[in-house]
Design a protein around this ligand. Sequence first.
Ligand SMILES: [Zn+2]
Ligand SMILES: [Zn+2]
Length: 144
Amino acid sequence: MANDKKYQGSCFCGSVQFTVSGEPAAMGYCHCESCRSWSAGPVNAFTLWKPEAVKVTRGAENVGSFHKSPNSHRKWCKNCGGHVFTEHPAWSLTDVYAAVIPGFPYKPGVHVNYQETKLRIKDGLPKMKDLPKEMGGSGAELAE
Ligand SMILES: [Zn+2]
Ligand SMILES: [Zn+2]
């Protein structure tokens, strides 16, 4: 682990700081209603990490948490309201928003929950109807 690459992340105001290290398990875009509603954006650019790869290094006391469903514990900065990451305990993965780790070389590989899209993106990447089979979805793909 000592040689793992480390990337700095922070909330909008900088009072919450964290690092991600190593390689993410997956990267892509989520179009689901929950991501859109919580982020107030049309699509969520995600990077999924093992929970131990994500470490809050400053301002842990400022991290708020909310969960509407048991598999998504959403974290944000209580000072500025900026979103930082979402823990998915059932998958043992943490979604760190690509936008809050600006130095990380984000390379999206897939779009998920495309059946809920409000913004079609014709980038040639696979469009999953919901989620991959290994995450409890149908594994079905849709046209762009
Ligand atoms: Zn903040
Ligand atoms: Zn989503």
